[in-house]
Design a protein around this ligand. Structure first.
Ligand code: PMP
Length: 358
């Protein structure tokens, strides 16, 4: 067996102990005589899996009973549509801080049913920073932000104060990578396939007073209330993805929780940014004040060198380093499950590449 260091933006690496435990339990989960993939989602044994996953998520993110945790499907993209369906009030007005591809997609959905106001945008500088001056509409139903911009490589270092207006955050690419104060948010959502587990699962953490605000024409299936009432069991949930996410939460818990993850993530990002800053070949397009800990775009001076880098890195066991197809260059996604050793190997390879291609 030979495992590579996989820098994919998602689906991404999972912790090896999690994969090994899942392999061990594949044919016979906990004496049930069947795989988690084969069991009824309403069985006692599965109920204990989903309840344990939720309890650990609550523990790790310090989520109080004022919030409902939902395990849904449809990806973060489905939330772009579901959030306005559920959170719009009479004003039908949404404020966005526009920071890249994923807020653009969310705005496209919101515009179908709401007046969208851009409270701030970093489009003027190709989304290379996070705006800090915003003017929120006093009558907005909610404010939408994307805390970590997976493609552009930026992160919010301060959470905007929206007063009484609920703050909605797309945390798909940085959930549980650093400590956050959940009480600052009305709703947090994330596709699982970066920091939490396999694709197929979308986690929604929503303040209880925001559940049940949907319009009367909202399809039953797309109401948060429906899934909240049934504890994510209105229909068959993504059973296996929830099971793996539960194992990932156990792994994080054993390592010291989100605080410990954050320390390791800061160390990993520092190693890579320090090298990029001292390199005469590689550059980062991001304003240093807003550099993401999770997604690190960088580039060599021309496309030919970028292509060569990606190809040779692949041969050295450092995979999926191509930048998003919309921006080119390179991008290293270093989520919780990427070991420090993987980042050290990448930096050693970059040094060697720079020497050989001067
Ligand atoms: N938001 C962010 C920040 C993302 O990185 C992604 C996926 N890369 C999405 C939303 C879309 O997620 P999904 O594919 O789960 O719909």
């Amino acid at each position: 067996m030979s495992r590579v260091y996989n820098f994919s933006a998602g689906p991404a690496m999972l912790p090896e102990p999690v994969l090994m435990k899942a392999a061990e339990e594949m044919l016979d989960y906990n004496g049930s005589g069947m795989s988690v993939m084969e069991m009824s989602h309403r069985s006692k044994v599965y109920l204990s899996i989903i309840e344990n996953a939720e309890a650990l998520l609550r523990k790790l993110m310090h989520i109080s009973d004022d919030y409902t945790v939902l395990f849904l499907q449809g990806g973060a993209s489905q939330q772009f549509a579901m959030i306005p369906m559920n959170l719009l009030g009479g004003n039908r007005k949404v404020d966005f801080i526009h920071t890249g591809t994923w807020t653009k997609k969310a705005m496209t959905e919101a515009k179908l049913v709401a007046n969208v106001h851009v409270a701030a945008s970093s489009e003027d500088k190709n989304f290379s920073y996070i705006p800090e001056n915003y003017t929120f509409s006093p009558d907005a139903d909610y404010v939408h932000i994307c805390t970590n911009n997976t493609i552009e490589g930026t992160v919010f270092t301060h959470i905007p104060d929206t007063g009484n207006i609920p703050l909605v955050a797309d945390m798909s690419s940085n959930i549980m990578s650093e400590e956050i104060d959940v009480t600052k948010f009305g709703l947090i959502f994330a596709g699982a396939q970066k920091n939490l587990g396999p694709s197929g699962l979308t986690v929604v953490i929503v303040r209880n007073d925001l559940v049940g605000k949907h319009g009367e024409n909202t399809p039953v299936f797309f109401r948060y209330e429906t899934h909240a009432k049934e504890k994510s069991m209105y229909n068959t949930p993504p059973c296996y993805s929830i099971y793996i996410a539960g194992l990932v939460f156990e792994w994080m818990d054993q390592l010291g929780g989100v605080k410990a993850m954050e320390e390791i993530n800061r160390e990993k990002a520092q190693i890579l940014y320090d090298f990029i800053d001292e390199s005469e070949m590689f550059t980062s397009p991001v304003d240093p004040r807003y550099r993401s800990l999770m997604n690190i775009p960088f580039a060599a001076p021309n496309d030919e060198l970028n292509k060569k880098f990606i190809s040779e890195a692949g041969k050295a066991g450092l995979l999926t380093l191509a930048g998003h197809r919309s921006v080119g260059g390179m991008r290293a996604s270093i989520y919780n499950a990427m070991p420090v050793e993987g980042v050290r190997k990448l930096v050693a390879f970059m040094k060697k590449f720079e020497m050989e291609n001067k």
